[in-house]
Design a protein around this ligand. Structure first.
Ligand SMILES: Cc1cc2nc3c(=O)[nH]c(=O)nc-3n(C[C@H](O)[C@H](O)[C@H](O)COP(=O)(O)O)c2cc1C
Length: 317
């Protein structure tokens, strides 16, 4: 217990005991990690994406290791909204940590129906929109088209009354500040970033893709410098002026990475792929952050947010 350091972080009105949380899809629904990590040590727990209807996901092989990272093409396999509420939410209720429920869909109606149902339920503290899905109605991916994203977020905003509304940005765009701005203008309370980069791997002996889906999402240390850059960019161009917090994620593996993300502008930091390497990573990171704060004479973890010393807010190229 710290008496001299304030480690608590605030995502808008949602207060976390510390700024570290799990990211969607890498920690299941909360029970899978119980033997390895006391989840109550986290600032928050994020669920795998939930969709209105159950989904089988993609055929195997769905994951592949890469240099400094991994590719996944899980394809949003999940039990669907009603089973999630019946079987998974009680597990999250038993935790003494805010639950961020990640929601995905193929149409605005699917997102709206799912969010409307989840919003009033205890223990849902926040709804995080995974917008890296193709929209089956107009063929656009919500997360790469600012206008489509704005329509989606505004529609969900109209039905989300209690939970914090988080929009998770895709990095697979030319200008991430355009989608960030669209999300904020449409009423997002918080941005999380980033989802995975689209990548692929080829088995040269078979001359075929390693993943059955051909492409997958790249995560892990390989994407950390890219994620850091995008967070820095969105913090300065959109989030800071609008007073909107960022949950930063993408390749965070140790306390130093977490501090980098906060200095670049993240209020909280998500840990995903690193959990597969060491499920106790968040606890070690927290200890490292505490030691860093002490070494630098700081008393509050929030003093790190956006503290980057730089005159060049964002280089042109
Ligand atoms: C196996 C796996 C499954 C994932 N599933 C989801 C998901 O269901 N929904 C989502 O929004 N992001 C999902 N992600 C993306 C992560 O939440 C995160 O944005 C990304 O992996 C970057 O963080 P990391 O490098 O720390 O893993 C998944 C990532 C991995 C590795």
């Amino acid at each position: 217990m710290n008496t001299d350091l304030n480690l608590s972080a605030a995502l808008g009105r949602l207060s976390l005991r510390n700024p570290l949380l799990t990211v969607s899809g890498t920690c299941g629904y909360g029970d899978e990690y119980a033997p390895f990590l006391d989840l109550n040590r986290l600032g928050a727990f994020t669920t795998k994406s939930v969709t209105l209807n159950p989904r089988q996901g993609n055929p195997p092989r769905r994951v592949a290791e890469t240099a400094a990272g991994m590719l996944n093409a899980i394809g949003l396999a999940n039990v669907g909204l009603e089973l999630f509420i019946a079987e998974k939410l009680p597990v999250l209720s038993a935790l003494d940590v805010p639950a961020l429920v990640n929601v995905a869909g193929h149409t605005i109606d699917e997102y709206v129906t799912t969010c409307r149902r989840l919003d009033p339920l205890e223990p849902v503290a926040a709804l995080e929109l995974n917008v890296s899905c193709p929209n089956v109605v107009d063929g656009l991916v919500f997360g790469t088209d600012p206008a489509a994203l704005g329509r989606l977020v505004a529609s969900v905003r109209a039905v989300v009354k209690q939970s914090l509304l988080i929009v998770k940005l895709s990095p697979n765009v030319t200008d991430i500040t355009a989608t960030a701005r669209a999300a904020v203008d449409a009423g997002a309370d918080c941005l999380s970033m980033i989802n995975t980069f689209i990548g692929m791997a080829i088995d040269v002996e078979k001359a075929e893709p390693v993943l059955a889906n051909c492409t997958g999402g790249l995560s892990g240390p390989a994407i950390k410098p890219l994620a850091l850059h995008l967070i820095h960019r969105v913090y300065n161009a959109v989030a800071k002026p609008a007073g909107i917090p960022i949950i930063g994620m993408g390749g965070v593996s140790n306390w130093r990475d977490a501090v980098e993300f906060m200095l670049a502008g993240a209020t909280a930091v998500g840990i995903g792929t690193a959990m597969f390497v060491d499920p106790t990573a968040p606890v070690k990171m927290l200890e490292g952050i505490e030691a860093y704060l002490r070494r630098h004479g700081l008393t509050d973890v929030n003093q790190l947010v956006g503290r980057l010393r730089s005159n060049a807010h964002h280089p042109k190229a």
